[in-house]
Design a protein around this ligand. Structure first.
Ligand code: 3Y8
Ligand code: NAP
Length: 253
């Protein structure tokens, strides 16, 4: 019996879930294979998945060990976002303790293309430091969890794109909000940036296609991008495609 926990929350995770449901789980009518999809519960209405789905934290490493043992999980695919560092660290430790096999399924980081003007920074605070002290018009598409960090530079205008409408007033005196869920299109992002006279874009090096539109738009408009590089993650096996994950699942390859 193979029972898989898929830690999701990205375009790639959704793609893998669709493949697993259509082929891998369906292929074995005696239910020798099961898969469950897991969301953190970060957004009000996470996208529907074609697999049984659980939402919410596990309760740290110990909680995840208990879950893995209780549910008889034999394999874990960490397909969380490259910035979901805490989840990835917990998953490596818990899988080792519970004796489950783990791989990460991750997209490559973006690299600057000709015509890009990127400045690479290590984290959110360094991104704030990289911005002008006043007068800039900044497109912030890094989620609501990190907005408060920019309050130390209140004399810029911030255009925020969030998955859910903010419940409380924003910590930024001069900001406007767009509520939208990716994946996004470059032409729409370019029109948005022109409409708001954006002068700077701040982005996480998410990789993949779902968050890339703003970079393509910035390039077409010749805008500078402050690129936040990925957090360091523990050593683990990283696969880059659905076929690689399926080979690993079926043959440990
Ligand atoms: C978890 C699951 C799909 C998945 C879509 C990807 C692409 C679109 C683009 C911009 C950038 C941002 C943000 C973003 C994108 C995909 C992918 C991606 C960036 C959902 C989703 C979950 C989340 C969480 C959410 C965060 C936030 C980040 C908005 C689902 C829709 C900015 C990251 O408090 C919060 O609101 C937290 C929001 C974490 C970043 C952050 O750190 O705050 N993603 N986004 C839900 C859960 O686990 O409970 O609902 O589908 C997934 C996607 N978001 O198949 O359609 O693959 O990354 N998501 C970033 O990458 O920069 C927006 O606006 O250009
Ligand atoms: P994080 O900081 O690494 O995780 C913090 C805690 O949230 C984890 O310790 C865990 O709680 C819980 N958690 C995270 N992902 C989970 C999952 N898939 N299933 C169950 N619990 C989960 O994570 P984050 O950066 O807040 O991201 C949360 C989710 O949003 C992730 O699934 C990620 O894929 C998705 N997402 C994040 C970003 C981003 O920029 N961070 C972008 C797009 C999508 P416990 O310790 O209690 O187990």
């Amino acid at each position: 019996m193979t029972k898989l926990l898929l830690l999701g929350g990205t375009t790639e995770a959704s793609g893998l879930a669709a493949h697993l449901a259509e082929t891998w789980v369906a292929e074995d009518p005696v239910a020798g294979r099961q898969a469950v999809f897991s969301y953190a519960g970060r957004t009000a209405r996470p996208a529907q998945q074609p697999l049984p789905c659980r939402v919410g934290g596990f309760g740290g490493v110990a909680g995840l060990v208990d879950y893995l043992r209780r549910e008889g999980i034999t394999h874990v695919v960490d397909a969380t976002h490259p910035f979901a560092a805490q989840m990835s660290r917990n998953a490596v430790l818990a899988a080792a303790e519970a004796g489950a096999d783990l791989v990460a399924y991750e997209r490559p980081a973006w690299g600057a293309q000709p015509g890009d003007s990127w400045s690479h920074v290590a984290d959110i605070d360094a991104a704030v430091a990289a911005l002008p002290d006043a007068g800039a018009r900044v497109f912030l598409a890094i989620g609501k969890q990190h907005v408060a960090a920019f309050a130390t530079k209140p004399d810029n205008h911030y255009l925020l794109r969030l998955v859910d409408a903010p419940e409380a007033p924003l910590a930024l005196p001069d900001a406007s909000v767009i509520v939208a869920r990716g994946p996004f299109a470059a032409a729409d992002d370019a029109a948005l940036m022109r409409q708001h006279n954006i002068t700077h874009v701040v982005a996480k090096n998410a990789g993949g296609s779902g968050a890339e539109a703003k970079l393509i738009a910035a390039r077409s408009l010749g805008l500078p991008v402050v690129m936040i590089e990925r957090p360091a993650l523990p050593a683990r096996r990283v696969l880059g495609s659905v076929p690689e994950v399926m080979r690993w699942l079926d043959h440990g390859a």
